[in-house]
Write a protein that binds this ligand. Sequence first.
Ligand SMILES: *Cc1c(COP(=O)(O)O)cnc(C)c1O
Length: 366
Amino acid sequence: MILCSNPLAQFKAYQDEIETAVLRVMRSNRYILGTEVEKLEKEFAKYIGTSHAIGVGNGTDAIEIALRALEIGMGDEVITVSHTAVATVAAIEAVGAIPVLVDIDPEFFTLNPSQLPDVLSEKTKAVISVHLYGQPAEMNKIQLFCEEHSLALIEDVSQAHGARWRGKKLGSIGDIACFSCYPTKNLGAIGDAGLMTTNRDDLAKKVKGLRTYGWVNNNYISEFPGRNSRLDELQAAILRVKLKHLDKCNDNRERIANHYRSELSKVIGLELPKVRSEVKHVYHQFVVQSNIRNELLHFLQAKGVLAGIHYPEPVHLQAAYKGKIKCHNDMSITEEVKSKILSLPIYPELETKALNKVTELIRSFF
Ligand SMILES: *Cc1c(COP(=O)(O)O)cnc(C)c1O
């Protein structure tokens, strides 16, 4: 069986280091928001190149907390894409704001900036730019639009830890950025975890308060309404180990992607993912397209290769959101790709033998 992602393989690759870190925490008598979290926050801020990093409970909480820190709530509108993890939209909903969804561009699967002016209203407060599959969104145009209209720019970097847009690490470009550390993500915990980065002191302070019921200067004294979204020491200690290896892991993902490209570029009927110029793509997913996607998916499954679909249904067409959110009237690319996309197995520890099996099967299918 060849899995699409494989957090166990990563645990095995760094087992000694991870077990040492876990034992250290268990013996420490400090289990929540302690020295491991503080050290991780310093190390992650340095890695991304921001003045602050803050650990939270998970990636969805991170987006919700970013919106609250920016004082976005009831009745405000937040623009993002429909072709994303439902979490991006669920977080907007959680603060009482209205998700306004736009289409993606046909080449790179990220937010189509040319649709932004069409959905702008007096209620628009922010844009959430999702760096999907490990590839940066078109940040120049999005940033310019946000500046022109005084909108906050939130980066959803949950699939792109370590990626770069023209030399800058993702997570250092917008007002604030959110990272999920769900086990299968490029930087994954062994459980739920999330991180946020920002260069704004005011937002960092607010975020730290929001994750602990609004406590800022004194424990037990809430200065504003907050919630519990703490990061625990075990996950922080594990993430500190994984962070040390992140660049190497991302390079491995890129190597696997290049292998797919060289073996599959001549296959007729299969479209390979495109990369923007001047970026570092970190290949959270390697997403190909085919008009006979379902047949290919079932063929691979029958041979023990578990490819995935990210995502099978755009958010604006899901029962929870259909008719309840705002949406650009042209969502044609989002609606078209859902039946063509297929995520091939990709994770840093994927072995060459398994990789060759996948490419050979795909070639034999076509
Ligand atoms: C995984 C993911 C999230 C949600 O993160 P959780 O940690 O699962 O809450 C949000 N946005 C995107 C793009 C994601 O891939």
